[in-house]
Each structure stands twice: as structure tokens, then as C-alpha cells.
Design a protein around this ligand. Structure first.
Ligand code: AMP
Ligand code: GLY
Length: 444
């Protein structure tokens, strides 16, 4: 899956510390007209998958900040989170921002102000993800279907608001919480505990009605006006099989065109994605980048659980495997506001990504466990996330460590292949779900 490059180290002296980069030297020396320099911001499996896809274009020279050891086999990695200095130094033709934190911190705005082409929304537009209260208000004012809700900024108000809801009820922290800011309370005792724990995490709460149905991750690329929808995916948020245990950032995902039929796709575009993009523009905060709607497919139709202002992780790993052809033209068009008429081609073969997580995840994670067997994987891609290279030994360095991603002619075949390949990998304390994609089998 990786292109081989000679190892080398370049010292970069921006700011007052020395940082070093690894990766292909040629692109830096010959970063002339025949190379298109693309900077990917982030260090997760999502960014590794993006880099894997972009590296298929031989005219692309990839940079990643801060990247990870897997990304370093494809890109010049710049070990910094000072993205502005990295961009000033390497002058990328296009920058793609992976995670929410830099978007919310205004990195897209700062880069655009300096004349860089960027895929990713402004900080104002990223409020769709960073503030659940903002997102809910936008949905309410533009008639986007979502769960009935009330906001509360104190424990007292939250208790009052809860009187208007039946159990189970959903309580959400009004801010970024890395997938851990949502509690489904089944009893008054649970809701009381949730009020306290969530108010410790954030400035306020959103309390909303509990929705039932299958969940779908629906992602679209937009330039603020035109919209290119992606194929549907399904995430698996809970740590254990059968959706048991605490929520995580995502323990696996699959992409299969059968997740949504054409009527459902049109409904989602007409009632959710288009109205959200229009409302953001009307508000003076046009949204450009990846709009990700976490949906519940209820008996009354699709309803929004949350918006994210970025690609999903691990949804992207599954999606990149199904994306045919070059991704770059669509990304460039999005950054330039020229997405009209752009289409993406998707391979009909379903894909499945199984996340291998570290000991203790999603709680206190143990790091430093040596990872073996990646070189034995033959029929899957290994996207790295929480890894680090310590004197030639790859070790665990975060909660979600690897995303093993495979594709086959059918969903059952993809699932079989991915789990055969998972068995080749080992690290102490490795945890993974054994049922990724299983919910999709009923459609086959
Ligand atoms: P969120 O971060 O808002 O996507 O919520 C995380 C997870 O909590 C979702 O993936 C759902 O499984 C669950 N969830 C969130 N909102 C609701 C809701 N209104 N009804 C039922 N489940 C929900
Ligand atoms: N997998 C869900 C997310 O990226 O938020």
C-alpha cells in the first residue's frame, strides 16, 4: 500500500524550535511546476487514508502535519501543529484539514487569509460541529428534521427541561467532546449523573428526544454552493460488539451502496444537506469543505443526530477504498468554489474498516506496546492512527491504533477478508469489535 522512498531527515527552523521532516526528498528539491504540493493536516487513520488516495496521483507531492509513521511512507511529514508556519515554509498548492480542532481554531481562515487554497470550513462555519446548540438552532430555523430539543446552561434548567421528555432521553455536551459528550439516560438517576458530568465538560447542554432506527453517516463535499454527495457509511461507535459499552470515536465502519436507496439519498439531500448549506450561506457563514451528517433513519424519515464539519474517522478509511480515480480534482474544485458538474466515481464493491484499539481505550490508554504483523497483511490496507516509531519498532501511541480496511465483491466477502487480515496483527492489549459490517448483511 505504500510507495517506497529513501529515508532522510531535513531540519526546518521555523519558530524557535527545530523540527524534522521525513519522507521523499525529491519533491522538496524539485517542487517546481510538475509537482502539485498537497498538505494534509492531521495524524489519524482518516488522514492516512486521504494520503493513500492522494498519493495515487503521481503528480502530487504530499506533505502532512503532523502525520504519523504510516503517513510518513507516503508524505513528507512535518512534526508540528503550527500549520501556518508549515504552510508558509512549504507553500502547498492545496491544504486539506482533517480534524475538527484546527477547523474550530480557525486554521482554514488563517490559511485562506494568506492566500492558500484550503478544503475545510471557516471557524464560524465549523460551529455546525463545535456547538450542538448552534447546529440545533440552524436546523430548527431551516426545518431540517432532527430530534425535539431544549438547551440548558445550568443543572437547574436541565432538570426543568427534562420534565418535557420521556425516558430514555439524550443529553449532549454543547462543545467538542471527541465522541464522549453524549449520554442516553434511562432513569432519573442516570440523567442527574449525566447533567453533572456533561456540565463539567462544556458550557451548556442540549437535551433531546431519543430517536430510533439505523444510523448512517452521510458525507458531502461542498464549495458552499454546489454539493457532491459521497457513498453512505455506517460507523460502530460503542467499544464492544452489539453496540455495548461506552462510546468511542468509532470502532469500525463499512461503506456499501445498499445502506441507502435512491429515494433515501434524495430525501437526505433535499431535506438536510442542501437546506443546511443554504442556511449557512444565508447566515453569512458559507460552509465549504466536508459536511458530515450523522443520521438516524427513523420511521418518519432521516433525522440529524449531529453535524460534523469534516470527514468521519473511520468512515473515510472505508470511503477512500471505494473511491475510483483521482480525488484531487474534486478537492481543488471545492477549494476554488468550482464544484459544479464535478462527480465522483465509486466502486460498487463494499469496504470494511476494523479499528484495532489500544489497551484501556476509550478510558486510560496504555501506550508503548510493540505492534507486529503489518508486513504480513496481504489483502487489506493498514491505516495507522495512534502509532509511533521508536528505534525501528512500531508501537502503540494512542487509543485507536490501526484501521484494517478491505474490500470484496460482496459485503460478506469484505467482512471475511478484513477479519482474516486482522488476525495477522498483534499488540498486547489489542481490542477490536468482531461485528463490523454485520448490520449490513441483511441487505445481501
Ligand atoms: P452524536 O455525537 O450527537 O452523534 O451522538 C453520539 C451517538 O449517540 C450517536 O451516534 C447515537 O448513537 C447516539 N445519539 C445521539 N443523539 C441521539 C438521539 N437523539 N437519539 C438516539 N441516539 C442518539
Ligand atoms: N466516526 C464518527 C466521527 O468521525 O465523528
Amino acid at each position: 500500500m505504500s510507495r517506497a522512498y529513501d529515508d532522510y531527515v531535513v531540519l526546518c527552523d521555523f519558530h524557535d524550535c527545530l523540527q524534522f521532516c521525513t519522507g521523499p526528498l525529491n519533491g522538496i528539491l524539485r517542487s517546481g511546476a510538475h509537482y502539485l504540493k498537497v498538505l494534509v493536516i492531521g495524524s489519524g487513520g482518516r488522514e492516512h487514508a486521504l494520503c493513500w488516495k492522494l498519493a495515487q496521483n503521481p503528480a502530487v507531492h504530499l506533505y502532512a502535519a503532523p502525520g504519523n509513521p504510516g503517513i510518513a511512507t507516503l508524505a513528507t511529514t512535518i512534526f508540528t501543529t503550527d500549520y501556518l508556519s508549515a504552510a508558509e515554509k512549504f507553500r502547498p498548492d492545496l491544504t486539506i484539514i482533517g480534524p475538527e480542532a484546527p477547523l474550530v481554531a480557525g486554521v482554514a481562515d488563517q490559511l485562506r487569509r494568506r492566500g492558500f487554497a484550503v478544503v475545510g470550513p471557516s471557524a464560524q462555519a465549523a460551529q455546525l460541529e463545535s456547538s450542538k446548540a448552534f447546529a440545533k438552532a440552524l436546523m430548527a430555523s431551516s426545518g431540517i428534521p432532527t430530534a425535539r430539543y431544549v438547551t440548558a446552561d445550568s443543572a437547574l434548567r436541565a432538570r426543568e427541561a427534562l420534565r418535557g421528555f420521556a425516558f430514555p432521553v439524550v443529553l449532549k455536551a454543547d462543545g467538542l467532546a471527541a465522541g464522549k459528550g453524549v449520554v442516553i439516560a434511562h432513569t432519573p438517576e442516570e440523567s442527574e449523573a449525566a447533567i453533572h458530568s456533561l456540565l463539567n465538560l462544556s458550557r451548556g447542554l442540549v437535551i433531546e428526544e431519543f430517536l430510533e432506527g439505523p444510523e448512517v453517516s452521510f458525507i458531502a463535499l461542498t464549495d458552499g454552493g454546489h454539493i457532491v454527495p459521497f457513498e453512505p457509511t455506517q460507523d460502530h461507535k460503542a467499544i464492544f460488539d452489539n453496540d455495548e459499552g461506552p462510546n468511542t470515536g468509532g470502532m469500525g465502519a463499512y461503506s456499501d451502496s445498499r445502506i441507502l436507496n435512491s429515494i433515501e439519498r434524495s430525501q437526505i439531500m433535499d431535506t438536510i444537506i442542501e437546506p443546511a448549506i443554504k442556511a449557512m450561506s444565508a447566515m453569512g457563514h458559507p460552509f465549504s469543505g466536508f459536511l458530515f451528517a450523522g443520521l438516524m433513519m427513523t420511521a418518519e424519515g432521516p433525522k440529524v443526530l449531529e453535524f460534523n464539519a469534516r470527514l468521519g474517522d473511520p468512515e473515510t478509511q472505508a470511503l477512500m477504498m471505494r473511491l475510483d480515480g483521482d480525488f484531487l480534482p474534486a478537492l481543488q474544485a471545492a477549494a476554488r468554489g468550482q464544484l459544479q458538474g464535478v462527480d465522483l466515481k465509486w466502486n460498487p464493491a463494499p469496504s470494511v474498516c476494523v479499528v484495532l484499539a489500544a489497551h484501556g481505550y476509550p478510558g486510560n490508554v496504555r501506550v508503548g506496546d510493540p505492534i507486529t504483523g503489518i508486513e504480513k497483511v496481504e489483502n487489506a490496507l493498514v491505516f495507522q492512527a495512534g502509532t509511533k516509531q521508536v528505534s525501528n519498532v512500531l508501537q502503540t501511541a494512542g487509543g485507536r491504533v490501526l484501521g484494517i480496511t478491505a474490500s470484496g465483491a460482496t459485503l460478506p466477502a469484505s467482512i471475511n477478508t478484513v477479519y482474516e487480515e486482522v488476525l495477522r496483527i498483534h499488540f498486547d492489549g489489542m481490542q477490536y469489535r468482531t461485528d463490523i459490517g454485520k448490520k449490513g448483511l441483511k441487505r445481501w
